[in-house]
Design a protein around this ligand. Sequence first.
Ligand code: ASP
Length: 334
Amino acid sequence: MKRILIIATGGTIASTEDGAGLAPTLTGRELAARVPLIDTLCELDFVQPMNIDSTNMRPHDWLRIAGVIEEAYDRYDGFVILHGTDTMAYTAAALSYLVQGSEKPIVLTGSQQPMASPFTDAKLNLYHSVLYACDPASRDVSVVFGGKVICGTRARKQRTMSFNAFTSMNYPSIAYARGERVVRPAGVAPAEKTGARPRFFDALDDRVIVLKLTPELRPSIFGLLAPEYDAVILETFGIGGIPDHDGSFQRAIFDWVESGRALVVTTQVPEEGLDLGVYEVGRAYAEKPGILRGDDMTTEALVAKTMWALGQTHDPAELSRLFYEPVNNDRTPR
Ligand code: ASP
């Protein structure tokens, strides 16, 4: 029988109401005990590094979770992380960079309704996550939620209440849980397993901020951010437009990268990604050294990848190499 480690971290799935608002109180073991038939799938062990609303999940917590996986890696066939839904996409992306090339599945799940609620989605999500973690073809970091399996770098929380909270952005869902079966899209052959260990990383630079362009945003914002941040992820308009009516944005952005800081350009449009070459209002940034293109990556994955890459190096050439190397299907190759 397979052995799966449940890493419980909190979230709505573990929450109960004490009059002051939902807050996590239940342990991973208590949660699994409420899921019918889960014990027929595999042997389960439990670890509880924290029990928090994922609003409070921070980069040092991602490192802690990666550390738990590294320490337990050889003793288990897979890992299921119980996590709040609000920042699950960030944690799934971060773990994709911190644990690279895992032949053992690392699954994140949670629920929109607490396990204690009569109409909860928690039971099926947890059951499906363990089912997927036990499937011999499963690997790498993914989110299992609402019957879908989404690559860990492509998940986005798209709905605040519905049970199908997560969408796979710019990339197909990698599998589906249908009753007691894992169904993979036809024609996608699972990669061969060789027994290789993943690469674990233990450093992040958390001085990364997302800046969304809005009409009349002042370019002087870059000067205000400089003391606190090493990288800005700039969500531009459309396929990659940055205002150029008086040249002040270009000056502010070029000064930012010339000061040795990183700038990642992406789009605030959720689907289909960036192409800086299309419009005059983007082209000046396309070939500027130090500016990195987000292409069709999610903002969540860009935050995590930039923190991870800056955690390894601040050398611009090496940073660019790490940034453009695809990890866990995070970008569609050009
Ligand atoms: N606030 C909760 C959390 O992210 C929401 C959830 O789990 O659905 O921890």
